[in-house]
Design a protein around this ligand. Sequence first.
Ligand SMILES: [Zn+2]
Length: 587
Amino acid sequence: MPSATPLRYRVAMPEPSSHEFHVTLDIPALRDRPVLDLVFPAWTPGSYMVRDFSRHIYDLKITGNRHLLPCERVDKLRWRVASNGQPVQVSYRVFAFEQSVRTSFLDQNRAFLIGTSLFFLVDGAQKRPCLLEVEPPAGWLLSTTLPALRGTRHRFSAANYDDLVDQPVEVGKHRQYAFRQGGTRFEVAIAGATNADIARLHAHLRRIVGATGVLFGGFPFDRYLFIIHTLPERGGGLEHASSCTLDIAGMAFEDEKAYQRFDELCAHEFFHAWNVKRIRDQVLGPFDYTGENYTRLLWFHEGFTEYMQAIILLRAGLLTPEHYLKDLGEDWAKYAGRPGRNVTPLSELSFEAWIKQYKPAENYANRAVSYYEKGKWAALLLDIMLRQATAGRRGLPQVFRRLWQSHGRRGRPVTVHEIRAAAESVGRASLGSYFSRYVDGTAELPVPAWLRRAGLTVKARSPAQAEREDRVKARRLQGWAGLSFASGEGAVVKNVIPDSPAWRAGLTFRDEIVAVNKHRVDASTVGKRLADSAPGQTVTITFFRQEILRTTSLRLVRSPERRWSFAINPTASRPHRRMREGWLRGF
Ligand SMILES: [Zn+2]
C-alpha cells in the first residue's frame, strides 16, 4: 500500500543518564480496525531466545482525540485498545541499560537504537510504511542505513515494520568512516575507546568486503553499515540485511590474535548479509516477533557461516593456510573432546536452540553441542567432499553462489532439500548419506580422514605424547578422571563425562571437591593432585554435596584426550594436492 499513511515513531532522550528512551508512536486512522492490538517483540531476529523486551516498558499512555483511551493488557506483550478507527498516540518509556548487539542502550555518552527492543508493532498494520524521528542530545551524530527524508538529518523512512527494526541506529559522538567498493558505499561507526590501530581495522574490513563481494559476484545493497561498539569485554555480533553490529573488547588489541578475532567477527556478520538474511529458511523473515520461530537450519545459517568466515579471510589474504591449519587442529581437539557432539542431530540442535542452547542445563555439554561449532565442521566436511568430487575445482563457495542466484537474489526461501540439491549439482554427486548421517543423524564427522585425503598430514597425540621431552610431565598427564571444573576458587564440578571414572564413582554437577587422597585442593590444584596418580591407581575424593561432606573413590584410566595437528603434506598425491589447493586457495 504505497500511499498508506505511515506509522510515525519518535524517540527522544532528554535525560540520557536515566537510561530511558521516551518513545511516541502516532498511529493514523485505521478505519477497518476499531480495535488495535499493540504488540512488543519478545525476541530479536538473529538471537534465538525469548527475551520479553516488554519488561522494560514504563508509563504507557494511549490517547485518542486528546483523551486517554482505556486499554486492556492482554498478555506480557500485547495491549488492546478501542480506537474506533480514529488516530491514536501511544507514548511510553523504555529502560535501556543492557549493552549488547541485540538490545537498545542509552547513557550519557551514546545511544543504540534497535527497534525490536524499542518499538511496538501494530497488529495487522505491519506492512504499513514507517517514519522514524530521532531527537538526540546536542552534538550527537547518527549512523544508520535507514534513508533520511529529503532535507533532514534525523528523520528516516522505512518500508514497513520489519524494515524499521532491521536497521539499528547508533547515536553519539562515535567516529565515522566510509569507503566504496564496486558501487556500494560502506560506512563504519566506531563508538567507545580502543587501543586498536583503526587504520588497520579499516583496511581489514575493506579486504573482507572485497573477498565476499568476489564470492557472490557483487553486493545486494547500495549501502552497508558496520556499527562497532568497543566494550570492556567481547559481546559478539548481530547481522542485519544492510548492516551489522559488532561488540568487541576495545582495549584488547595487544596482540595479533585480537586482530584475527576482529577479522573473524566481521567476516562472519558480513557473510550473514547473504546467508540467513537473504539465503534463508522460510520462517526467518518476515518474522513472528511474539515467540519462537523454529528452524532446523541454524547449522547451515550459523555453522556454515562460521566455516565460510575463515574461507573469506583466506581469500582476503588476512589468514595464511598454515595459520588456518594450526587453528583448525586446536579447534578439532576441543570439538573431539566434547562428550555431547554425537548425541543430538544438527537439525534438532537448531530446532531446540531456543530452549536448550540458550537455556543450557547442567547436562548440556553431555547431551548437545553448539550448532555453530558442529555446523562449522559439517561445512568443512562438505567442502572437502565436493572438492574430491570435482578434482578441487568446486566446493562450498560455489554452493553459496548457486543458492544466492537461485534463491536469495529472488527472495525465495531455502529448504534443506534445496541446499542438498545445490550441493549435489555443484559436486555432481549424491550427498544423501551426508545429510542422513551428519545433519539428521549423529554419526561422528570423519574430519581427520577427509583432511588426509585433502593433502594434509594429520597427527593425534595423547597429552603425554605431546609432552614427551619432559618425562615427569608426560607421566603425570596420563591419568584421567573425566571431570571438569567451574571457574572460581573452590573445585566445583562443572561436568562429569558419562561413563568416566568420576561418573561411575557417582560424582555429579556442583559437587565441591575439597581433598584428593586427603590432600586439600581448590580449583587451581585439584587437577594437579589427580595427576599425582597414574592410570590404574585408585584415588580417594572428599567432597561436599550441598552441605554434607562425603567420600568416594575412583580408579583413574588412561587419558582419552588427544591433541591434534593438521599441516600441509608436501608429499601428497596429485589428486589430493588439487583438492587442497581448491579448498585453501580457490573460490
Ligand atoms: Zn552468526
